[in-house]
Design a protein around this ligand. Sequence first.
Ligand code: HEC
Ligand code: HEC
Length: 408
Amino acid sequence: MFSLRSPMPHARRISRARLAIAIAISATVIAGCGVKMGSESQRAANRPATADPASPDSAAAGERIFRYDTFGNEQFWTDTARLHEVVSRELQPLAALSLGLKVDLDNLNLMRFVLHNPFGASGTRELLRQNAVVGVQATFDNEGQIARIGITCALCHSTVDDAFVPGIGHRLDGWANSDLDIGAIIALSPALTADQKAVYRSWGKGKYDPRYNIDGKSTPLVTPPAYGLAKVNNATYTADGSISYWNAYAAITQMHGQGNFSEPRLNIDVKHSPDLVTSKLAALRAYQHSLLTPPTPAGSFDAAATQRGRALFDRTCATCHVDGSGTDNNSGKLHAPSDTGVDGAYAARTATKAYRTTPLRALWQHPPYFHDGSAATLGDVVAHYNRVRTLGLTTEQQRDLVEYLKSL
Ligand code: HEC
Ligand code: HEC
């Protein structure tokens, strides 16, 4: 248990002192030379190219939906889960950061934030008023308390580049927020039973179970990146359907947005009127397809070893991780858990009951690996395959393969 009145004891990323110093320095800089936080050029750097910003189905429209649209889920997060009560009264900015919530520097008015006590719950309310908490939307009543609160896709699928301090920076959409302890955040809800809270708290950072509220089982998944999917036909670890199928599933059954979603294979049939989701799916898809895989940082892998690793990959891995999309699922293929020696409990709960070959993208960026995070490093991934598929790779070959994986 931790108190919301003070930062979590294991807040490893940012301390009170560090936030205070960063604020003091920036305040001096802003006052002295009129420098604005988050320049337009910085903001443009994280923005994908958009063809027609005016079209409601364009990537630009999708960006707004991905970042700011709650699909009317305030009804759940406010009226049912009552999260606004806890956030409004008790959640300090440092506690919010230590739960993995991120602050968007480009929406942040630092001076106004400082005036509202950056170390008290009023500081968090001010961040929300500035629309600067990534993936959380709030409106306020006349007393300055939160009236309605809701969540967006960006909560789990965006992070920030830490340009100001850890947790406060420019948005990186499509990068999973691997610091986010979404289970601990949901467990703040006064509407849950002690048993439910215990399950939510057991998931840990960067993980979420998108079926717990449907079948009552808990096998949390690593939140995957939402970039680099333009050539991938079916979304999710188990390829249950297209990207729009899954976006609707997430928006309606998980985020509790108002919309229609039907999945006869799992006996799910949700209907709302009006439907605030379906008309937005085309734009959301356009935006996700515009999110490119981030390039591997230069010099972070050994070029000669990568060449040798590539040859090994082509021989031992490329039958499933096929060239181009990175997955044999585009031709309809799925794999029993035993094909890759992974745990089958999650697949058993899904519509397909089997795993999609994961399209490999920016592996350097998002450890841990496999749906359940059972491989902490790429070395663990290769050692796992070497064992379960009896590849007989030497230590040097395994090292070469890891270098190649780092370069993808
Ligand atoms: C509470 C955290 C959370 C929220 C909010 C969330 N997702 Fe996800 N998302 C996940 C997790 C966990 C998975 C893995 C599910 C799986 O593969 O079975 C996932 C999977 C995905 C995938 C599949 C990626 C792939 O490799 O195929 C896409 C695309 C996606 N989400 C988009 C969205 C969109 C769009 C929204 C908003 C409508 C959204 N998500 C909201 C946690 C979240
Ligand atoms: C029989 C098909 C198959 C072969 C062969 C195969 N993979 Fe995979 N790969 C998969 C499947 C299926 C998954 C998803 C497993 C999971 O998430 O639990 C996966 C997942 C991965 C992941 C995790 C990606 C992530 O984002 O979590 C990596 C890395 C990977 N494979 C690398 C390799 C390497 C390296 C080889 C060769 C040594 C290889 N694979 C051989 C089917 C295969």
